[in-house]
Ligand binder design. Structure first.
Ligand SMILES: *[C@@H]1O[C@H](CO)[C@@H](O)[C@H](O)[C@H]1NC(C)=O
Ligand SMILES: *[C@@H]1O[C@H](CO)[C@@H](O)[C@H](O)[C@H]1NC(C)=O
Ligand SMILES: *[C@@H]1O[C@H](CO)[C@@H](O)[C@H](O)[C@H]1NC(C)=O
Ligand SMILES: *[C@@H]1O[C@H](CO)[C@@H](O)[C@H](O)[C@H]1NC(C)=O
Ligand SMILES: *[C@@H]1O[C@H](CO)[C@@H](O)[C@H](O)[C@H]1NC(C)=O
Ligand SMILES: *[C@@H]1O[C@H](CO)[C@@H](O)[C@H](O)[C@H]1NC(C)=O
Ligand SMILES: *[C@@H]1O[C@H](CO)[C@@H](O)[C@H](O)[C@H]1NC(C)=O
Length: 841
């Protein structure tokens, strides 16, 4: 059949509107179908289309019934055309976003990303799927144009018959009047019936989740642009839910550096007695809470009234805090510390973009390995063997850093170019297993990693407008600098003990520093100096070269920072300083592009263009970054500082792919593969220790301080300060036995899910359960048991906590249900408490 027809404006506009809204709703329903009881889904089905039905009817009316008034008709056509075009763009974006990530667009988040120039580049990376979706929608609209407008017009004429004034028409009408009247009344009858039934269903259905499910573009879009709807929680003081665990019988008195524990007492500001001796004189930024008590004592500060009512964190009043600093350092470390010196003069802190624990290192027999093998189902043994040997060379540096073997019965033909580690057998440092990130949004994670602070559970980086409620490492190092003053007369920069030298803190990355206000955050966290793409691509930069290759929308590959890394280390040594260098890797970010000269492997059978394309690209970028980590360690060897440098390697968050979960990426996706991250404290003179702790990255800062103290890498005064500060953080030290439970209290683990304010991951070191807690009514509750389902292949989902708990009870028993109720309450309390501690209003 050949379709040839004239293009007509009004029917096409109508068809475009209907096809766009309908496809958008169909996709929306499909994404939520599994979390709803089927009977309810069928029962309330008609109510899901109320907004669309109204929109279509009004559009049809405006397009076809305003023709009496020429001016009104033109305006109506134009307005309908604009709304239809907007709806089409929104629907295409929604479908395109789904094709890339498997999840739902949120228009409020999209508009904030769109306001950020670097964010727009991120959005453009989805252009291909947007265009594909638009083409599809346009084609469908074109196909449906004649049919849809005929049907709708017919229906509309039946409902609202037109009184024609035309003579000829009148005659024609008279002839068919009887039949038409009958047909019209049937349509009217059914329409009225449908409207009544649907309205009734609409009145009786529950708000959550059906309001969210019924939302239709463009209404949801305009809704998101409008003022933010109030969140589920009420503002104000939130009492801690598990009151019987914080009763007076559990309180503890201060003891040495331990500040005591007495939650429930009125949070008071620190009095002069509890203020440590070091907290006098001028304090660097980050130490505001030790500054305040002084202010209160001087009466002439009335004008600062508002400031004194600022909320501060106080470990004594933290109902969740469990300390393990009273425990002994783990045995192999204690032994080594007795036997030889382990100097930490410098610290190189590498935060690794999207680093999953299961590829650090990649291991034979892992679930990922199984998936790769099964994509090669029909291959012969020789191909598989070759594949195995290719895979055994994926992360050789990570193997050396962690001391974990890849487990391949390897042929051992490691490429000559791989960094070779000179450490003795049984040495190399501490490798942590079981760690989860505290946030799947990179820069919130950076705050946890550098400051030991729980970030704000709100969308995006509002933290840059507030005070960080704990001192960051860089600020602690500044405090050390301040206390020391100039070198004693009899010492020079070169001859001084490193303990008496000043620290310098530098941040280095090869991508833009302007995305999400990262540059502001870094300044706020206390870095003395930061180098980003913007500095290294400056034509007058010292290592600028013409053929610098941008590999993704954020900037360059890490290798571009190599000469700067060398320069920073050389200068630090020459200046007689101690280095704290923080480096953020980036190639492992979407779209996982590698430099053009980098050889790309095909790990999956259909790796380069097929359904495993993303994962395959990711694995290649992982291999690239592994090589780069080798380069960093080589620089430490070459400059002769490796034996006195602690290298901390930590993932900012994991990364879920289609191979792991139905929704890929970190955005509004609570899947466990977004949370498992590596953490390594590498030092050639530290014994090789494998530690398992079901903790989050909140433990990083206290552990780092603990290591500096235990290795006697600080002078006496600094060491005292560090021991004191360790007792101020919420996390436990990972070089001491982790306390999963204490006096009935669990060591809770929280994870803020990208973009921050919509869902929270709640877990605990004491149980294998995990709850994804929705922070707005647009999301579901999700429960999993990591003992029986470590990869979260069959999580339970529900729209209310009661519905979820009955499912949990059926499958996991009473203990799990009780935990779910506790977790929900503790999670909600934690969210409000973070906002309070950040003084976020
Ligand atoms: C501490 O207080 C002093 C004087 O009020 C002020 O100059 C300084 O900036 C404050 N320091 C911090 C870290 O807030
Ligand atoms: C104190 O807070 C009030 C209201 O919150 C505000 O109007 C006033 O300007 C503040 N005063 C100072 C000194 O910041
Ligand atoms: C490849 O590695 C897997 C996991 O170690 C092993 O089971 C399999 O036998 C290996 N295949 C070949 C051909 O070496
Ligand atoms: C260390 O830094 C402090 C200020 O931060 C300065 O007063 C002192 O002179 C410095 N000491 C050395 C040895 O550079
Ligand atoms: C490049 O660096 C020079 C010298 O540091 C500076 O003056 C100039 O503003 C920079 N240019 C850009 C585009 O940032
Ligand atoms: C590091 O220390 C070990 C053990 O003391 C020693 O064998 C090695 O040569 C040192 N490496 C460097 C680069 O100084
Ligand atoms: C951590 O959690 C896992 C999964 O629930 C459990 O199997 C393991 O025993 C826990 N490890 C520790 C050290 O508590």
């Amino acid at each position: 059949m050949i379709i040839s027809r004239q293009f007509s404006f009004r029917p096409f506009i109508l068809a475009l509107l209907i096809v766009s809204t309908f496809s958008s709703k169909a996709l929306h329903l499909f994404q939520h179908a599994t979390s709803l009881p089927q009977s309810r889904l069928i029962l309330f089905f008609p109510t899901f289309f109320i907004q669309e039905a109204v929109l279509w009817t009004v559009a049809c009316f405006v397009l076809y019934r305003l023709s009496g008034n020429k001016c009104l008709s033109v305006i109506g056509n134009v307005v309908t055309g604009i709304i239809s075009a907007l709806t089409f763009v929104l629907a295409a974006s929604q479908i395109g976003f789904y094709m890339v990530t498997g999840s739902e667009v949120r228009w409020d988040a999209a508009t904030s990303v769109g306001n950020d120039p670097e964010g727009r580049k991120l959005m453009l990376s989805g252009l291909k799927s947007f265009l594909a979706a638009s083409t599809l929608l346009l084609f469908l609209s074109w196909l449906c144009t004649p049919g849809l407008s005929t049907i709708l017009n017919h229906w509309l004429s039946a409902l609202f018959p037109i009184r024609s004034t035309d003579k000829a028409d009148e005659e024609a009408l008279l002839a068919t009047a009887k039949g038409a009247f009958r047909a019209n009344s049937i349509i009217q009858f059914w329409t009225a019936g449908a409207v009544i039934i649907t309205s009734f269903l609409w009145l009786v259905r529950p708000q959550v989740p059906y309001s969210h499910i019924s939302g239709a573009i463009p209404f949801t879009f305009f809704g998101a642009l409008g003022p933010k709807s109030a969140s589920l929680q009420v503002a104000g003081d939130f009492d801690f839910p598990l009151q019987k665990l914080i009763g007076e019988e559990y309180w503890e008195a201060p003891n040495g550096h331990f500040k005591g524990w007495a939650p429930g007492t009125k949070p008071m500001s620190m009095n002069a007695n509890s203020r440590p001796e070091w907290a006098s004189g001028h304090l660097p930024a980050g130490f505001q809470r030790w500054n305040e008590s002084k202010k209160e004592k001087s009466p002439n500060h009335d004008m600062r009234k508002n400031e004194t009512s600022t909320i501060r964190y106080n470990p004594v009043h933290d109902p969740l805090r469990i300390t393990n600093l009273d425990q002994n350092v783990v045995e192999p470390l204690a032994q080594a510390l007795k036997n030889h010196e382990i100097p930490i003069n410098h610290i190189v802190f590498v935060m690794m973009e999207s680093a999953r624990k299961d590829i650090f290192p990649f291991q034979a027999g892992s679930s990922l390995h199984q998936q790769i093998l099964s994509s090669h189902e029909s291959a012969d043994a020789e191909t598989i063997q070759k594949l195995n040997s290719t895979l055994s060379r994926l992360t050789p540096v990570a193997e050396k850093l962690t001391g974990e073997q890849s487990g391949f019965s390897s042929d051992g033909d490691e490429p000559q170019t791989v960094w070779s580690d000179g450490v003795k057998n049984g040495m190399g440092g501490i490798n942590i297993h079981g760690l989860l990130t505290g946030s799947s949004l990179s820069f919130k994670s950076a705050i946890i990693n550098h400051c030991g602070t729980g970030p704000l559970p709100v969308d995006f980086m509002d933290e840059v407008h507030e005070e960080i409620y704990q001192p960051c490492i860089m600020q602690i190092l500044d405090l050390f600098n301040q206390r020391k003053g100039p070198l004693p007369q009899d010492q020079t920069k070169e001859s001084s003990e490193f303990h008496d030298r000043n620290w310098t803190s530098i941040f280095l990355q090869s991508i833009t520093g302007l995305f999400d206000d990262q540059n502001i955050l870094n300044e706020q966290m206390g870095f003395h100096k930061a180098l980003y793409k913007e500095q290294i691509e400056n034509i007058s930069a010292p290592y600028y070269h013409k053929d610098m290759e941008e590999i993704n929308y954020f900037g360059y590959a890490e290798r571009e920072t190599y000469p700067y890394l060398r320069q920073i280390i050389d200068e630090t040594i020459a200046n007689g300083q101690r280095l704290f260098l923080s480096h953020f890797t980036s190639t492992t970010h979407h779209p996982w592009a590698t430099p053009s000269k980098f050889h790309k492997e095909k790990y999956f059978a259909d790796g380069l263009m097929g359904k495993h394309e993303d994962m395959n690209n990711y694995l290649n970028s992982v291999r690239y970054v592994d090589t780069w980590l080798g380069d960093i360690l080589q620089v430490l060897d070459d400059t002769g500082i490796s034996n006195e440098t602690l290298v901390v390697l930590v993932g900012d968050h994991g990364q879920a792919f289609h191979e792991d979960s139905p929704v890929s990426g970190t955005y509004e996706n609570g899947h466990i593969s977004n949370f498992r991250i590596p953490l390594v404290f590498r030092h050639p003179l530290l014994p090789r220790i494998q530690i398992t702790a079901n903790a989050t990255s909140m433990s990083l800062v206290p552990t780092l301080l603990d290591l500096l103290v235990q290795t006697k890498s600080l002078n006496e005064e600094d060491s005292d300060i560090a021991v004191d500060l360790m007792n101020e953080y919420e996390g436990q030290s990972l070089i001491r036995p982790y306390q999963a439970m204490y006096n009935g209290r669990q060591a809770w683990n929280f994870g803020i899910i990208n973009a921050g304010g919509t869902m929270l991951s709640v877990g605990s070191a004491a149980v294998p359960y995990r709850l994804i807690l929705p922070l707005s009514s647009d999301f579901e509750f999700v429960f999993s048991n990591l003992d029986t389902d470590p990869d979260e292949k069959s999580s339970l989902r529900a729209w209310s906590i009661d519905e979820l708990s009955s499912r949990v009870e059926n499958e996991h028993g009473d203990k799990a249900v009780q935990w779910v109720f506790d977790a929900e309450q503790v999670g909600r309390w934690w969210v409000e408490e973070r906002k309070r501690l950040w003084n976020h209003h």
